[in-house]
Design a protein around this ligand. Sequence first.
Ligand code: A2P
Length: 340
Amino acid sequence: MSEKKRNVAVAGATGAVGNQMIRCLEEADFPVNSLKLLASSRSVGRMLRFKGDLIAVEQLNEDSFKGMDIALFSAGGGTSERFAPYAAKDGCVVVDNSSAWRMDPDVPLVVPEVNPHAIADHTNKGIIANPNCSTIQMVVALDPIHKKYHIKRIVVSTYQAVSGTGKKAIDELFDQTRAMINFLDYEKSVYPHRIAFNCLPHIDTFLDNGYTKEEMKMVNETRKILEDDTIGVTATTVRVPVFYGHSESVNVETREPMSASQVKLLLDKAPGIKVMDDPEKNLYPLATDGAGQDLTLIGRIRDDASVPNGINMWIVADNIRKGAATNAVQIARILVDEYL
Ligand code: A2P
């Protein structure tokens, strides 16, 4: 393990995920030599804390990455598309949390528990993509099943927290909830409908096929990470009035015979997973269990009697941590330990 210290940049440092990236670097005791915090011109001069030091936020620009070794990006797709190539040109490897580069065949899309070997392909473009939050927790749970029983089809419905949309959405849920319990008028600007006390079957924009971009991300990214284009995936993604922690109802059909009890044993031993499954004791993972920790929590594992080799399960994780920042920092850790 290399203990050489690195120059690290966080682009989008003032955002919900960027801020968590800074916390994850601290928690992981990442070998940081210097930390550069980047955001838009709106945030220049804001001071953010890292390991007891206050660091001034700088404006992201084309020269921000000179002398940097690694940049963690979470500043939106357009920003990544524009600035990641400048970082790569200056020899700074980008771990990008946006959807800008995920489906580029030259860019590895990595979940360390599943396909860490793909990190080797960072040399293609100098960019590694961090998958969509809902995809990450699903593939952590499904990869052990796929390796042993070969997944044929996945049907997933998500229950996604507002923090996945960013800071403004967290404020919107809080403000609307406060307004409503005080019988006041509420305002909406982030979502097209009220999110407080509601469920919106609409995440990201709609496509011509009637699905949303978020739903198609789950289809395409799952196949890329599991390295199997034959897997059928269909998704319905729903925003719910929860601050932190995505939940998913997942139905899985495999080619080889398997049962819920076999899957429970398999997942119990799998990396990054905690099985919480004891219905008699009302034990199953909740969004509140997922929030603030790094494991993917799985419960309600049961046989699906409507197909020969099917199970249903409930998967929960912290969308800002394992679904974004933690996964990015885990990738960066493997990158510095094994490749840089
Ligand atoms: P800023 O705070 O200066 O707007 P979130 O997803 O929580 O909304 O956060 C988005 C992050 O991306 C913030 O840190 C935001 O900075 C940053 N960001 C958005 N647009 C740009 C841009 N054009 N250049 C640099 N950073 C950006």
